[in-house]
Write a protein that binds this ligand. Sequence first.
Ligand code: GRF
Length: 193
Amino acid sequence: MVLGILGSGSGSNMQAILDAIDAGTLDARIALVLSDNPGAFILERARARGIEAGVIDCGGFKTKFPDEAQAATAARLKEAGVELVCLAGFLRLVKRPLLEAFPRRIINIHPSLLPRFPGLEAWKQALDAGVPETGCTVHFVDEGMDTGPVIVQESVPVLPGDTPATLHARIQTVEHRLYPDAVGRVIVENLKC
Ligand code: GRF
């Protein structure tokens, strides 16, 4: 299965997918990595591995993902032969132009037990709410914010003395196992179709 990755930040989840491919536990190839943030480390990680990496031009909008940018992104992914799109810390809402190009073929990892704490800094939302556990979720992407059908989720305890940073780090450790595993499941399901 040919993967395309969209990310805005560090790209540790993309790295986890790459590591699983290298280890032979995930039968896939990353063909293209795109970011809306030209300075994102995810682009450096990709280039260091010889993976094609590029910037999505959002026309100067800070948070919006304009339709033209989504259509251009879909075209680049298709040109690269991408079959499954993995959002990995991508901070813009994906809408129809991209969703229609990849029906049920866009997935995301979110750092909470959805439907609780959608949106930004979910680990901070969990701390503020005082819950004893939170977690992470891999889900199909639909037009809502972190609302698509859940593929898999796993809980992570909130420990006394946790800060947003320590809690996020504990969640990420689980994410790095869960995301490659979920990508593998989606691939197997798609092969059955
Ligand atoms: C992860 O915690 C993911 O759940 C969230 O954004 C973060 C991205 O981290 N959507 P990274 O760029 O993969 O390191």
